[in-house]
Design a protein. Structure first.
Length: 170
């Protein structure tokens, strides 16, 4: 409906799309909850479905800055944008390895298979909500923000290492 209204000239707008968020403070995401919050608590992180699939994640402050920039750029209107990410996509295994380097301790992880979510969703509402999204965790989930990078070449994206360091320092 929004696209139709934009095309018809009834609405002046733009669409900003993002992959899963991760970030500082109270950022709520599966990655923060299952991986980084557990690491900060000294617990073994849980990796959903596949530790070796490449992930596209967006740092929440980058998403906020990008949306503000788009909203203040007249020629951005009437388009759909993929918000900027660190294009050096990482697997959960690689993110946990970065966390190990940052904390100076060896951190292992436990992969939660689909069966765990299938069983757990019957008793836990958040797991039931997550179940529909698990398809994205089986294989590589690649998000392409090249259009944004080309249009805004000076926009600085937080690297995964910087993000992990900031989360674990919080």
């Amino acid at each position: 409906m929004l696209l139709e209204a934009m095309e018809a000239g009834r609405v002046e707008g733009l669409i900003g799309r993002a992959p899963e968020f991760y970030g500082p403070g109270r950022t709520k995401s599966y990655t923060n909850t299952l991986v980084f919050d557990r690491i900060k608590a000294g617990k073994r992180p849980f990796v959903p479905v596949n530790a070796h699939a490449k992930r596209s994640l967006i740092w929440t402050p980058d998403a906020s800055r990008a949306l503000a920039l788009l909203g203040n750029t007249p020629d951005a209107y009437g388009q759909t944008w993929h918000l900027p990410i660190d294009e050096a996509r990482k697997t959960y295994a690689e993110l946990v390895e970065i966390a190990s380097e940052v904390t100076g301790r060896k951190i292992g992880y436990t992969v939660l298979p689909m069966l765990a979510f299938r069983l757990g969703r019957r008793f836990n509402a958040p797991l039931d909500e997550m179940f529909e999204l698990l398809v994205r965790y089986r294989g590589n989930n690649m998000f392409d923000s090249a259009k944004f990078a080309a249009h805004f070449p000076d926009f600085r994206v937080t690297t995964y290492r910087e993000g992990v360091e900031r989360i674990l320092a919080d």
